[in-house]
Design a protein around this ligand. Structure first.
Ligand code: TYD
Length: 210
């Protein structure tokens, strides 16, 4: 692997699809295959971006305008890419990020109504349009996801997670549109069944990169 750039994988999905569990399990499965991997997350993943995370996820639901919220996510991502993701990939190591650009396209662009083009323009400016080598999108019917999210937290989540069912349905539709438009990069994976079954499905969608 010396000299080779590592692979950048992102994991995406709406609330309650079991994403955090799968991020851990997928990281373990890749390490078991001998891959040197760094786990990270958004919003966050670098000291500056973790500071912005607090601004985004805490406080009143109406704390930010839709535009300001999108800019804060893009700013956090720019720092995360420059300070964490690119340097790790340049060392030949892999990066697995729990959420990345597609979350902004789905939440702020789709559900938040700013549209995908505005979000991609911010990403072009902030992060040079940098994209994952592969994006794994966990997919569950909306009712099953909401039930799992409430079961996990006892409540449906933070400033953004607590938005209504319509918002989350729009997020799910926007994620589906992304995977339809970019089937090579973005792979939709059935998140139903046991955790082990889901991890096996995720690994299958990475076989060509292993
Ligand atoms: P987090 O606690 O990481 O939750 P999850 O387990 O759902 O990933 O909170 C991240 C929240 O921020 C989540 O509700 C999705 C939202 N989000 C956006 O709206 N846009 C983005 O670009 C990102 C990265 C996250």
């Amino acid at each position: 692997m010396t000299g080779a750039r590592g692979r950048f994988i992102s994991l995406e999905g709406g609330e309650g699809v079991g994403k955090s569990t799968q991020a851990r399990r997928l990281a373990d499965a890749l390490r078991a295959r001998g891959i040197d991997l760094v786990e990270t997350r958004e919003p966050g993943g670098s000291p500056g971006a973790e500071a912005i995370r607090g601004l985004l996820l805490q406080g009143e639901e109406e704390r930010w305008t839709a535009e300001a919220e999108a800019l804060l996510f893009a700013a956090a991502r720019a720092d995360h890419v420059a300070r964490t993701i690119r340097p790790v990939l340049d060392q030949g190591r892999w990066v697995l990020s729990d959420r990345f650009l597609d979350s902004s396209v789905a939440y702020q662009g789709g559900a938040g109504k700013l549209g995908p083009d505005a979000i991609r323009a911010l990403h072009a400016f902030g992060s040079g349009g940098f994209l994952p080598d592969r994006t794994l999108l966990l997919n569950l019917p909306a009712e099953a996801a909401a039930a799992r999210a409430v079961q996990r937290d006892g409540h449906p989540g933070d400033r953004i997670g607590s938005r209504g069912a319509d918002y989350h349905a729009a997020v799910a539709a926007a994620f589906r549109a992304i995977s339809d438009a970019e089937p090579k990069r973005v792979r939709r994976v059935d998140a139903s069944g046991s955790p082990g079954e889901v991890t096996d499905r995720l690994i299958m969608q990475l076989e060509d990169l292993l």
